[in-house]
Ligand binder design. Structure first.
Ligand code: SIN
Length: 556
């Protein structure tokens, strides 16, 4: 989308549209319908007009897919300090401690608020059931509907939002680009299913577009997780950070489905074991928490074991657990496995790592504010700093709740500043273009090649040689594409290519192994890399990387 204040050439995907443009105007536009987006939209709608744009249905968000629950210090034996300590330890030295403090201190209240909103958390004798998951030192995870937490939470939020009748919903609208005017984000340009474009202007835009697991061939993420928000923020010139850190979940059902069925970590929290193909428990002696070690530790060990045994899966064993409990607490997994011919109660489950959560994101401050005026971000697309180099299990729904709410407070503050936020003049049409586009077959083939390349060369284990090969292949894929037409599949592919490039370049720069980033040529953690890698797009289109000291912001 052009910068409305200038006629110079620009980087946007929607560069030069031939069709007439529909226009809308709100105080706040929220992009994305998961927990962060819904929290922000509902909070903002208490005071202002809000438009919510989602590319897919609410049941196609990563939130809806979430099985593991919400971590919060709710038990008498627990405390925010303990939750802070666990989060920092899992984050491998790269968490922003102030952001984590916000998360763990405000978390309990957000969980209770979600309950008041209608979420029915699992209870026993009127008390919340608190479960264990990897790297938590005490049981502190609330669930709803057993392992259906995400869908229950999403359902409660959507129901409350619809009942409130204050948010204007625009589903199936693929946001192509942020609209800029004189360096400020003033709206979002979206593509509707009918092929028409809409410019939604706003005094504040909130990105809550989720993650990018679809960059890899094996993922637990929904098809919509193509990093669109990351890519459009990058095109608009926002600073992003930690783009090398993709978390792989150890236990996705081993198959070629996209997405792969997640076999929740809460199963290991309930006592399930990981075994190699010979039946040995391979996490014993590797970490004091064995199967409940931090995710990066489990995945690393799995990779060693799989390489040693020359297989690409291991086995999850829940056969020693009470079947009635398994069916009761893990309905999604037991039914999902049964549909795939596996009985969780009596059979070993083949599992392998799959991309699951992207720690890389648009840098925000403690209030969700990005480096671009007019733009806020929350949820997986944001880099608040709470996850460091490896997210602690069940901290992500919590992050969406806490920072979705904070975004609203900050927007409120910014709206109090007089004279700053005049809505822009609407524009009626955009210049024409004759982009040739790419055939469906070419797009699908490019997408597959990209995902296989990323899995093989920029996945769990990386090296300079592999990353350089990945760089060359991604360049080739991009080079073979013709300028995209305005079709969602083509635009998603371009976004994925952008993210692949940022991930590869960041991964090349981080010459150490830390958290989820494992380099075979730099196998040790290196204190000199207790830093974050940030990147943004400069005006001339070049990527500009900065290595940030702890606590440093790129614009400092
Ligand atoms: C899981 O259920 O294993 C996923 C939990 C999470 O990713 O936080």
């Amino acid at each position: 989308m052009p910068d409305l204040g200038s006629s110079s050439s620009h980087p946007y995907l929607a560069n030069g549209l031939s069709r007439d443009l529909r226009c809308r105007s709100y105080d706040v536009v929220v992009v994305g319908g998961g927990v962060g987006g819904l929290t922000a939209a509902m909070g903002a709608a208490a005071s202002w007009s809000v438009g919510l744009l989602t590319k897919a249905g609410f049941d196609e968000t990563a939130t809806f897919f979430a099985q593991g629950g919400i971590a919060a210090a709710l038990a008498p034996y627990d405390s925010p300090e303990l939750h802070l300590r666990d989060t920092l330890a899992a984050g491998a030295g790269l968490c922003d401690e102030e952001a984590v403090k916000v998360l763990v201190q405000e978390g309990p209240d957000r969980v209770y608020r979600l309950e008041r909103l209608g979420t029915k958390f699992d209870k026993l004798d009127g008390q919340l059931i608190l479960a264990s998951e990897g790297a938590h030192s005490v049981p502190r995870i609330v669930h709803a509907g057993g392992d259906a937490t995400g869908s229950v939470v999403e359902g409660a939020l959507v129901e409350a939002m619809v009942a409130g009748r204050r948010v204007a919903l625009h589903e199936d609208e693929f946001v192509v680009d942020l609209i800029m005017r004189e360096g400020r984000v003033v709206g979002a340009l979206s593509l509707s299913p009918d092929g028409g474009f809409t410019a939604s202007f706003a005094r504040a835009v909130v990105l809550a577009t989720g993650g990018a697991g679809q960059l890899f061939a094996n993922t637990t993420n929904p098809p919509a997780a193509t990093g669109d928000g990351h890519a459009m923020a990058f095109r608009a010139g926002a600073w992003l950070r930690d783009m090398e850190f993709m978390q792989f979940h150890p236990t996705a059902f081993y198959c070629s489905e996209n997405p792969a069925l997640l076999v929740t970590e809460a199963l290991r929290g309930a006592g399930a074991y990981l075994r190699d193909i010979h039946g040995e428990r391979f996490m014993l002696g590797i970490h004091p928490q064995a199967e409940l070690a931090p995710r990066d530790v489990v995945v690393r060990r799995m990779k060693e074991v799989m390489d040693r045994d020359q297989v690409d899966h291991v086995l999850l064993d829940a056969r020693h657990l009470a079947c009635v409990d398994l069916r009761d607490k893990f309905p999604t997994v037991t039914q999902g496995l049964r549909a795939r011919g596996v009985d969780l109660c009596t059979q070993l489950v083949p599992v392998s790592p799959a991309s699951h959560y992207f720690m890389g994101g648009v840098i925000t401050d403690l209030w969700g504010r990005t480096s671009l005026p007019g733009l806020w971000a929350c949820g997986e697309v944001a880099s608040t700093g709470v996850h460091g180099a490896n997210r602690l299990a069940s901290n992500s729904l919590l992050e969406g709740l806490v920072f979705g709410e904070r975004v609203v407070h900050d927007i409120e503050r910014s709206f109090r500043v007089p004279g700053l936020l005049e809505p822009p003049e609407p524009i009626l049409s955009l210049p024409a273009t004759n982009a040739p586009g790419n055939s469906e077959g070419d797009v699908a083939a490019a997408r597959e090649r990209l995902a296989l390349t990323m899995s093989r060369l920029c996945g769990i284990v990386r090296s300079e040689a592999a990353l350089c090969e990945a760089r060359r292949t991604v360049k080739e894929i991009r080079g073979a594409l013709r300028p995209p037409r305005a079709r969602v599949a083509e635009l998603e592919l371009v976004n994925l290519l952008t993210l692949a490039e940022l991930m590869i370049e960041s991964a090349l720069r981080r010459q150490e192994s830390r958290g989820v980033h494992l380099r075979s040529d730099y196998p040790e953690r290196d204190g000199r890399w207790l830093k974050n890698i940030a990147v943004r797009r400069e005006n001339a289109g070049k990527r500009s990387f900065r290595v940030l000291e702890r606590g440093e912001r790129p614009d400092d």
